[in-house]
Write a protein that binds this ligand. Sequence first.
Ligand SMILES: Nc1ncnc2c1ncn2[C@@H]1O[C@H](COP(=O)(O)OP(=O)(O)OP(=O)(O)O)[C@@H](O)[C@H]1O
Ligand SMILES: Nc1nc2c(ncn2[C@@H]2O[C@H](COP(=O)(O)O)[C@@H](O)[C@H]2O)c(=O)[nH]1
Length: 223
Amino acid sequence: MADSALPPTLPVSRADALHRRGLMLILSSPSGAGKTTIAKRLLAHDSQIEASVSATTRPIRPGEVDGKDYHFVDRATFDAMVEANEFYEWAEVFGNCYGTPKAHIRARLKEGGDTLFDIDWQGTQQLYQKAEADVVRVFILPPSIEELRRRLTGRGTDSAEVIAARMARAQAEISHWDGYDYVVVNDDIDACYTQICQILAAERLKRARQTGLIGFVRELTRH
Ligand SMILES: Nc1ncnc2c1ncn2[C@@H]1O[C@H](COP(=O)(O)OP(=O)(O)OP(=O)(O)O)[C@@H](O)[C@H]1O
Ligand SMILES: Nc1nc2c(ncn2[C@@H]2O[C@H](COP(=O)(O)O)[C@@H](O)[C@H]2O)c(=O)[nH]1
């Protein structure tokens, strides 16, 4: 199926027009299983979802855009944000601090906008502890370990050492599969993308998120 022909959501129903609360869609997988590929496709085709932008103290790299790739801040600013409880979660990675700011995501949840997270199981656990009802957790599995290695090699972005390290971590990452709401196997990319669109469509229609339903039902039953 051509990329542009893929549906971002299922066909629109009457309930889709009602106000709803947004959600936080988490995609996790062992490195190379395809979460970035799926995330990019979703962001390109679905105007209701946008990527979470973390704050970091890491220096900006060539080609990166402040506010798009990260919010680049100095250590004092980051520490003040931690102190003010402005993050859902934060961590120190390779000597730099990274955190998921709450304010923008909370405003989007209220407005009915969805936010996409491409994070590991530890980040997933922390987000889930803070915002359980808003979080939808999806784990992506490769069809086989051999295919995972082929994808990491075929991507052409990493040295043999880095690929070996990612393959060594894969079993441990996969062991967290049962901490997710949905598990999908990314064999055929179009089929996997469609399944994730279906999960998103169903989650958006959940009664608890359909905040406009109360008024709609009241109106329906008024006479
Ligand atoms: N279903 C698929 N069939 C074949 N190749 C795929 C499929 N899905 C993704 N790929 C390819 O596999 C490689 C790894 O995919 P991707 O970069 O999306 O993985 P990732 O899980 O985001 O990895 P990382 O955690 O390292 O960022 C890419 O070259 C991508 O084009
Ligand atoms: N716990 C969090 N980890 C994060 C966040 N944003 C990014 N990261 C992780 O940091 C490393 C390094 O990233 P890089 O862009 O500097 O190469 C990587 O593992 C990211 O997953 C965050 O908000 N929270």
